[in-house]
Design a protein around this ligand. Structure first.
Ligand code: SF4
Ligand code: SF4
Length: 305
């Protein structure tokens, strides 16, 4: 039975040993400031970020998520014509991480999941006939990394604990499951509309913009949220990020997490037909229009319908 997987490899071309390993597997590795390859891994980056990575880094840098995305990331397609991920943007005209300094990582306490895991790769696996994912690991061995020759052995689980990835894994799980479920369902859920791609991007990575969306009258019009939950969502980025993942599961797969107001869809459909009728009227008055080219590169920008 075929399996789908996503992983958090820090480098696109990493020679990951093909064998998956369990958390109890022993690895030989140590990284420290006096090692002769210090910083080598941060000089040529290809690092995917999770929503929780963004929340941690934006807080660390005192930025909004929008400012962080523009300065430190670029979007990429996790699957062709499909949902987007983001990667750390290297320094201008170079390949090194913008957070690298001679002393090491300048955001070390809030470094992304992939950086914490390295040289272990996290693999999220899901069989096409299963609705839960499984976790496995693989070991990345690159010639520039001399940590593998250091005299220390420990299990993958011990290494994960040492690197503080457990919390990152917990907060990354919902997002990974969304991606796996989308990949596993393939054409059955159809090609996502531009609107749903934008929603996915906003709810996953642009938490401050998503907060504005959740506060908007059009969101209130459809979803019924109690005041205690609203108070949390309006002030807590992590709560909002987790809510965003539940919201996307509802929008993308019909899972029911958030209460929809009675007759919300009918009212929205009525509003839409009213708008369309108004538009038809205007178009009729204007007469035939010249066709204009529609740019197709704005699927990560937000529109209001
Ligand atoms: S975030 Fe820190 S650890 Fe990760 S690549 Fe950049 S400098 Fe290296
Ligand atoms: S040992 Fe590996 S992870 Fe540590 S600094 Fe060297 S290249 Fe980077």
């Amino acid at each position: 039975m075929s399996e789908r997987l996503i992983n958090d490899l820090p480098f696109a071309q990493s020679p990951v040993l093909p064998k998956t390993i369990e958390g109890s597997a022993q690895i030989q590795f140590r990284c420290h400031k006096d090692i002769d390859c210090f910083n080598a891994c941060c000089k040529n980056i290809d690092i995917s970020l999770t929503p929780y990575d963004v929340v941690r880094l934006k807080k660390r840098l005192g930025m909004t998520s929008g400012e962080f995305l523009v300065k430190y990331t670029f979007p990429y397609e996790i699957e062709r014509d499909g949902i987007a991920g983001i990667k750390l943007k290297p320094v201008e005209d170079g390949t090194a991480c913008q957070f690298m300094t001679d002393e090491g990582c300048s955001v070390y306490e809030d470094r992304p999941t992939s950086c914490r895991y390295y040289p272990v790769a996290l693999l999220s696996l899901r069989r096409q006939d299963e609705f839960t994912d499984r976790t496995a690991y693989a070991l990345v061995q690159e010639s520039h990394c001399h940590g593998h020759q250091e005299d220390r052995t420990l299990t993958v689980d011990e290494y994960r604990k040492e690197q503080g990835v457990e919390e990152y894994d917990d907060y990354g799980r919902g997002w990974r499951q969304l991606i796996l479920k989308k990949q596993s369902s393939g054409p059955t859920v159809g090609r996502p509309s531009k609107r749903s791609l934008q929603l996915f991007f906003m709810a996953c990575y642009d938490v401050d913009q998503f907060r504005e969306f959740v506060k908007s009258p059009s969101f209130e019009d459809v979803y019924e949220i109690d005041q205690a939950t609203k108070d949390k969502l309006y002030t807590d980025d992590v709560e909002l990020m987790l809510f965003g993942q539940r919201f996307l599961a509802q929008v993308m797969f019909g899972d029911e997490f958030i209460k929809v107001r009675a007759d919300a869809y009918e009212r929205r459909a009525a509003k839409k037909s009213e708008r369309e009728a108004r538009m038809d009227e205007i178009v009729e008055k204007l007469g035939p229009l010249e066709p204009s080219a529609q740019p197709d590169d704005d699927k990560y920008k937000y529109v209001d319908d």
